[in-house]
Design a protein around this ligand. Structure first.
Ligand code: GLV
Ligand code: MN
Ligand code: MN
Ligand code: MN
Length: 399
């Protein structure tokens, strides 16, 4: 009999090649593109093998049911398949693979749920293709309107509705109402578990966070003939804003990142006409986050005046502070004898937490790195994650 770590590895190896970029070793698994569609087909196959009927909700989210899909009080577990550009292997898929293995563990132990147990895969969690993170869970819960989601476009101009093959269905209170709890298992995206020498933790909260697009408009002109004093160069305003964001975040013990930029016309010998930078900002407290973004905006606007450029600022997404169900987190931490941690990363669990009792489990990541090919987890820790998830599901769905 192969042990759980071996069974994890065998199932994991089925997914490992899908969407991997040989050059970087990272993953390009954008929502509803070929690699992600392949993983969705894998999901259906895994569900089939376990006689779990699959339901797609009209927003691109998949649910595989152990128990009657028409029944209420179901316990949902799962995560997402999509990745950031050149992302790690574990962010997302670990929660889905672990969910199927937890079902196997319960069945092997002869445990039968008294309420349905559902494995879910949410679409476009990272927002890497259409710009809004947790798009699938936001649609299901009604936190984004179907009309707005339908017209979000990827870099090639394809809309979410076109990628989905239909206009998204939007809020589905009937389906949502059938879930009594959600548990998302996820690779840890920091080093807290390495430092605490523990394989698994329970989440307490998700920092409030969001994405802001800074468009700096200037005057495109010749790099060789335009006197320095005559320039209206938006690259300068952009560069100053990146430094200001870093400084303001450090002052507040918050996080600010500018990791995506678009330059027009993007030519070596032309002063740009426009530079767009995307600010990802996060903080432990909503007021700190608000203060951070406002300070960056004010500094950018002041600098724009100096540079003769113009700034337009657009909030592309905002996620409020999520405090996971405190009673549930305590109960699971006691059950698993695991530490409890907050995180600065966004998750579908954060969206669902506003609608139903929700918990997260984190699995130790030896590098502490995520959203990068260096993200990692050992098979032994992944097995510990499956064991923990099975115990949690038994507690929530089988008693
Ligand atoms: C998603 O993983 C995010 O936190 O950006
Ligand atoms: Mn992620
Ligand atoms: Mn994730
Ligand atoms: Mn995430």
């Amino acid at each position: 009999m192969i042990d759980l770590a071996g069974r994890f590895r065998a199932l994991w190896d089925e997914l490992a090649p899908v969407g991997r970029d040989e050059r970087s070793g990272g993953y390009l698994r954008y929502a509803l593109t070929e690699p992600e569609l392949c993983l969705r087909a894998w999901f259906r196959d895994q569900a089939d093998r376990r006689s779990m009927p699959v339901q797609e909700d009209g927003n691109g989210n998949l649910f595989a049911w152990w128990g009657d899909p028409a029944a209420g009080d179901a316990v949902l577990t799962g995560s997402h398949f999509d990745s950031v550009p050149h992302g790690g292997a574990y962010d997302g898929p670990l929660g889905i693979v672990s969910a199927f293995l937890a079902v196997d563990e319960l069945r092997a132990a002869g445990v039968t749920p008294v309420r349905p147990l559902v494995v879910g895969a949410f679409v476009e969690e990272e927002g890497a293709r259409f710009g809004v993170p947790c798009l699938g869970s936001r649609l299901l819960t009604g936190e984004i309107a179907a009309d707005r989601a339908a017209v979000l476009r990827d870099a090639a101009g394809v809309s979410f509705a076109e990628a989905l093959g239909d206009r998204p269905a939007g809020a589905d209170p009937a389906l949502l109402g059938r879930f009594a709890a959600f548990v998302e298992l996820h690779v840890e995206q920091g080093r807290a578990l390495v430092e605490q020498d523990a394989p698994v933790a329970v989440a307490s909260a998700i920092w409030p966070h969001g994405r802001w697009r800074f468009d700096f408009h200037g005057e495109g002109n010749h790099a060789g003939t335009t006197r320095m004093a005559d320039r209206r160069d938006p690259m300068l305003t952009y560069a100053f804003t990146v430094l200001a964001a870093n400084k303001e975040a450090r002052l507040r013990d918050a996080h600010a990142t500018v990791a995506r930029v678009a330059v027009e016309p993007n030519a070596t010998n032309a002063i740009p006409a426009k530079v767009t930078g995307w600010l990802d900002a996060r903080a432990a407290e909503p007021a700190t986050l608000h203060g951070l973004v406002e300070a960056v905006r004010a500094k950018a606007a002041e600098r724009a005046k100096r540079d003769g450029t113009e700034l337009t600022l657009t909030e592309e997404s905002a996620t409020p502070l999520v405090a996971f169900d405190g009673g549930l987190a305590k109960r699971l931490a006691a059950l698993l004898d695991a530490p409890v941690l907050p995180t600065g990363a966004g998750h579908d669990a954060g969206v669902l937490a506003a609608h139903l009792p929700t918990a997260m489990l984190f699995v130790r990541n030896p590098t502490g790195v995520s959203h990068s090919p260096a993200e990692s987890a050992t098979d032994a820790d992944c097995a510990a994650g499956v064991t923990a998830l099975a115990a949690v599901l038994e507690e929530l769905a089988c008693r």
